[in-house]
Write a protein that binds this ligand. Structure first.
Ligand code: AKG
Length: 258
C-alpha cells in the first residue's frame, strides 16, 4: 500500500486511501453480503439487479447491484462519516452522494470465469455528466496480485472513448489487443490493497480485473458516488427515468456535506 499512496486522483485518474474500515466493520459487512448472496434480504428489499443466482456457477463472479438496499449493516457501512469525509477530501468535494453500489465477489476462478473486461464506468451512464462522478472500491479481503486485483491504466481518464471494451467481456486477451498501442505508453497499476482499504477512480479511468488464483474469494464492495459538480443528462430511451431515486436517502444517501 505504501507505494500506492503516491498516486493522485486528478493527475493519474486513480488514488488509494489509507485504511478506513476496521476488521470488525469489514467482518459484519461481509456477513450482511453473504446473506444477500444467499438471497436473504434482511430489510425486505431485494437488490436492484442480480447477475448471479443461488445455484449458478460457483466459480463465476458474483455481481449484485445495490446490495445496500437489502441489509441495514451494509447501508450503515457505506454511509459512515469517516468514509464520506475521506471521499470528500480525496475528491475535493463539498457534497458526496452515493448513488449506486455493487458487490463484486470473485471466488477462485476457472478459466476466464473471474475476468472483468476493460471498461470505464461512464460508458454505462449516459444519464450522467462526465464531471463529478467517481467510484470507490472497498477491499473486504486482502487483495494480492494472485487474487484478481482491479488494474487501472494511469492517465486513461484523459483518453477518448474506446469502442469494443466491456466489463462483461471476459476475453481479456482480445481486449488487450484493442488497447495495445495506448497501453504501451501508460503505466498499469494493480489495486493490491488490504481489507478495510479503499481505492478511488474517476468514472473515465479504464480498469479491468483478472483471475483469482486463491482458494478464498476476493471481495470488493464498489461504491459509485457523485459530488456537487455532477449533472443529470436527459436521455431518449428507457434510461430516462433511471436516476428518479436520487432524493431517496435509502437508495442514494448523502454521506458528506460541508
Ligand atoms: O471488482 C472488480 O473486479 C471490478 C470492479 C469495477 O469494475 C469497478 O470498480 O468499477
Amino acid at each position: 500500500m505504501e507505494s500506492l499512496l503516491k498516486y493522485n486522483l486528478k493527475k493519474d485518474g486513480v488514488c488509494f486511501l489509507p485504511k478506513i474500515f476496521t476488521k470488525k466493520e469489514v467482518l459484519s459487512c461481509i456477513k450482511g453480503l453473504q446473506d444477500v448472496v444467499g438471497g436473504i434480504y434482511q430489510s425486505g428489499h431485494p437488490p436492484e439487479t442480480r447477475f448471479w443466482e443461488v445455484g449458478d456457477d460457483p466459480n463465476s463472479i458474483i455481481k449484485i447491484d445495490k446490495p445496500h438496499l437489502c441489509n441495514q449493516v451494509i447501508w450503515e457501512f457505506i454511509t459512515k462519516h469517516k468514509f464520506g469525509n475521506a471521499l470528500a477530501k480525496a475528491t475535493n468535494s463539498k457534497k458526496i452522494k452515493v448513488w449506486h453500489s455493487q458487490l463484486v465477489w470473485k471466488p477462485k476462478s476457472k478459466g476466464q470465469s473471474g475476468n472483468a473486461g476493460w471498461h470505464r464506468d461512464s460508458q454505462y451512464w449516459p444519464f450522467w455528466s462526465k464531471k463529478g462522478l467517481f467510484t470507490a472500491w472497498i477491499a473486504l479481503t486482502n487483495v494480492t496480485s494472485r487474487s484478481g486485483p482491479v488494474n487501472y491504466i494511469v492517465n486513461s481518464h484523459r483518453w477518448n472513448d474506446i469502442f469494443g471494451l466491456d466489463f462483461f467481456n471476459k476475453d481479456l486477451n482480445k481486449q488487450n489487443r484493442i488497447i495495445e498501442d495506448k497501453r504501451k505508453t501508460e503505466e498499469i497499476i494493480s489495486g493490491t490493497i488490504n481489507k478495510g482499504e479503499v481505492s478511488i477512480h474517476s468514472s473515465l479511468t479504464y480498469h479491468s480485473s483478472g483471475k483469482n488464483l486463491d482458494e478464498k474469494p476476493r471481495i470488493g464492495l464498489v461504491v459509485h458516488f457523485c459530488n456537487e459538480h455532477a449533472k443529470q443528462i436527459k436521455v431518449q430511451n428507457e434510461e430516462t427515468e433511471y436516476l428518479g431515486f436520487l432524493n431517496d436517502e435509502w437508495v442514494a444517501p448523502l454521506i458528506y456535506e460541508k
